[in-house]
Write a protein of this length. Structure first.
Length: 175
């Protein structure tokens, strides 16, 4: 199946090249100059595909935990911040955060967009502040809170060792 391009409707008929009108320019006359390389429609299409649950880093962490025989619950609504992974009997929750969206300190992926800074700065700082509040509330309830950053999932062996230490799983076979 062919992938739908931004701004293109599924099952839309292609215009006949012989009778097609010339394409209209997408230049906005009265709009202020934007630093964004994409049109508003393309940016909207990209943003609509960003997920909050079941992301690739989250699925990777879940697979590693499952391979260790660890059972868990997902996105438990009764806890502050709806943690991505809840290890109930161990009283541990794991958040799998994207470096950009949650402002991973010192990470090269946690960049600030150059376009529309008035929107992005409070948005991203608000995300980080909310994360701090949720972790504090969970600790107050007696939960141990861990954060796995998206950039950490690039090194599966290192991540597996970190998760094994976190859940008390023996790292060497038969240990």
């Amino acid at each position: 199946m062919r992938r739908t391009e931004p701004g293109e409707k599924r099952n839309a008929r292609k215009p006949d090249p012989a009778t097609a009108q010339p394409a209209r320019s997408k230049v906005r006359a009265a709009a202020p100059m934007s630093l964004d390389r994409l049109t508003k429609e393309q940016r909207s299409w990209n943003m609509s595909r960003i997920r909050s649950k079941h992301t690739k880093p989250e699925v990777m962490v879940r697979r590693l935990l499952h391979s260790m025989g660890v059972r868990f619950r997902l996105h438990r609504a009764g806890l502050p911040g709806k943690p991505d992974i809840v290890l109930g009997p161990r009283k541990r929750v794991i958040f799998v955060h994207g470096c950009f969206w949650h402002r991973h300190p010192g990470c090269r992926e946690a960049t600030m967009p150059t376009a529309n800074r008035d929107f992005w700065l409070p948005k991203l700082e608000g995300n980080a502040a909310r994360d701090v509040r949720h972790r504090a509330a969970l600790r107050k309830l007696g939960w141990r809170v861990s954060v796995i950053w998206e950039c950490e999932t690039r090194y599966p062996d290192k991540l597996a060792r970190k998760l094994a230490r976190m859940v008390g799983y023996p790292t060497a076979p038969g240990a």
